[in-house]
Design a protein around this ligand. Structure first.
Ligand SMILES: NC(=O)C1=CN([C@@H]2O[C@H](COP(=O)(O)OP(=O)(O)OC[C@H]3O[C@@H](n4cnc5c(N)ncnc54)[C@H](O)[C@@H]3O)[C@@H](O)[C@H]2O)C=CC1
Ligand SMILES: Cc1ncc(C=O)c(C(=O)O)c1O
Length: 311
C-alpha cells in the first residue's frame, strides 16, 4: 500500500504549487490545489495539461485514480486531507498565518509540510498549536521535473514524520534527502554561494551574462550533473583543491546583501519571465519560447541522467 495519503492539499498555486499538485496526482492522490487568487487558479487550470504532458514525457509512472481539483475555498481544500504542502510566498508572517488558518480546520494527525526555500522550520513552527506536525519539504523548481526533495525537521518536529515523509517521497520515485536544519537548507546554500559569486562577476564586468551562462553550464553544471561535488574532488585531486582554495577562497565574494544592480532591476519591475524582462530582455513570444526550450532540455537531461549510474 502506498504511503502517499489518499487526499493531499497544496496551498499556493504560483510557480511551485501546480507542479507539486500534478506530481502527487500522478502518484495516485486526490489533490486539492488552493490559492487565494482566482487568477492564479485559472492559470494553473489552463497549464495543467502541459504539466501532465511533461510528467508523461519523463516516463513518470502513473498510478490510476489520481486527480487535481482547483479552488479558492480553504474548507473544501482541507476536507479529509492527510498531507498539506504549503507553497505561498517566502514571507514568515504570511506562512505563519496560513498555518494558523490550517490548524483551525484539520485534525491533529494531519502532516503540514512547507516548501520554504530556507526559512528555519523551528522559527516557522513557533506560532503553531502543534509545532511537532510541521516539517520542511523543499521541492526544487520545476517541481514536476526535479526528482529530489529535501526533508528538514525543525527542533519541534515529531521525528516519526521524517521517515514517513521520506516514504511518501519515495512512493512517487523522488529521492528524499534528509538534512539537519540550517538556514537555506543544503540546496539553496550551495546554489546561493554560486549565485553570489556569479552576480559579483557580472557587477564587476568580468564576464557577459551570455559568457557566464555558457561557462557555468558547461564547466560546472554539465560535470556536476554526472558527479557530485564530493566525488569531483577525488576526480580533480585533493592536493589541487588545497592549492587552488589556498589562494582563491579569500578572493571570493563575501557580500551579505542582494547586489544593488538586482535591487535596481526589481525596482524597475524587471523580475524575469513573470514580467517579460529581468537579467535578459524578452520580446513578444520570447518568454514562452524560452520556457519551452528549458522544459525540453530538462526532459532530455533527466532521461539521460536516469539512464546512467549515480557516480
Ligand atoms: N520559485 C522557486 O523557484 C521556488 C520556490 N520555493 C518556495 O516555494 C514557495 C512558493 O514559491 P512560488 O511558487 O515561487 O511563489 P509564487 O509567488 O509564484 O506563488 C505563491 C502563490 O501563493 C498564493 N498565496 C498568497 N497568499 C496566500 C494564502 N494566504 N493562501 C493561499 N495562497 C496564497 C499567491 O496568490 C500565489 O499564487 C516559497 O516559499 C518559495 O520560497 C521553493 C523552491 C523553488
Ligand atoms: C533562485 C532560486 N531560489 C530558490 C530556489 C528554490 O528554493 C530555486 C530553485 O529551486 O530553482 C532557485 O532557482
Amino acid at each position: 500500500m502506498s504511503s502517499l495519503p489518499n487526499i493531499a492539499t497544496v496551498i499556493g498555486s504560483g510557480t511551485m504549487g501546480p507542479g507539486i499538485a500534478a506530481t502527487l496526482a500522478r502518484a495516485g492522490a486526490t489533490v486539492r490545489l488552493y490559492d487565494i487568487s482566482d487568477e492564479a487558479i485559472a492559470r494553473a487550470e489552463a497549464a495543467y495539461g502541459v504539466v501532465t504532458g511533461v510528467l508523461e514525457a519523463v516516463g513518470s509512472p502513473m498510478v490510476p485514480g489520481g486527480s487535481v481539483s482547483f479552488g479558492t475555498d480553504l474548507d473544501e481544500a482541507l476536507a479529509g486531507t492527510g498531507l498539506i504542502i504549503e507553497a505561498v510566498p517566502e514571507k514568515l508572517e504570511l506562512k505563519q498565518k496560513v498555518f494558523a488558518d490550517i490548524e483551525a480546520r484539520v485534525g491533529d494527525d494531519v502532516i503540514i509540510a512547507t516548501n520554504t526555500s530556507g526559512i528555519p522550520i523551528t522559527t516557522m513552527a513557533e506560532s503553531m498549536t502543534l509545532p511537532g506536525r510541521l516539517i520542511g519539504m523543499h521541492w526544487s523548481n520545476p517541481p514536476h521535473l526535479i526528482p529530489m526533495i529535501e526533508i528538514i525537521p525543525g527542533k519541534a518536529t515529531d521525528l516519526a514524520l521524517v521517515d514517513k515523509l521520506a516514504e511518501i517521497v519515495k512512493s512517487f520515485n523522488y529521492v528524499p534527502v534528509i538534512e539537519k536544519e540550517i538556514p537555506g537548507f543544503v540546496e539553496n546554500r550551495v546554489l546561493y554561494a554560486i549565485l553570489r559569486e556569479c552576480m559579483a562577476l557580472l557587477e564587476e564586468g568580468i564576464v557577459t551574462p551570455e559568457g557566464l551562462d555558457a561557462c557555468v553550464k558547461w564547466g560546472i553544471g554539465y560535470k556536476l550533473s554526472v558527479v557530485g561535488p564530493t566525488r569531483l574532488l577525488d576526480m580533480a585531486g585533493l592536493d589541487i583543491y588545497q592549492a587552488v582554495s589556498g589562494y582563491l577562497n579569500k578572493e571570493l565574494d563575501v557580500s551579505t546583501d542582494t547586489p544593488q544592480f538586482i535591487k535596481d532591476k526589481i525596482a524597475a519591475g524587471q523580475l524575469g519571465f513573470k514580467t517579460g524582462g529581468g537579467m535578459y530582455e524578452y520580446g513578444e513570444g520570447d518568454v514562452d519560447a524560452k520556457r519551452k526550450e528549458i522544459i525540453t532540455g530538462l526532459i532530455a537531461a533527466r532521461k539521460t541522467l536516469s539512464s546512467i549510474p549515480n557516480v
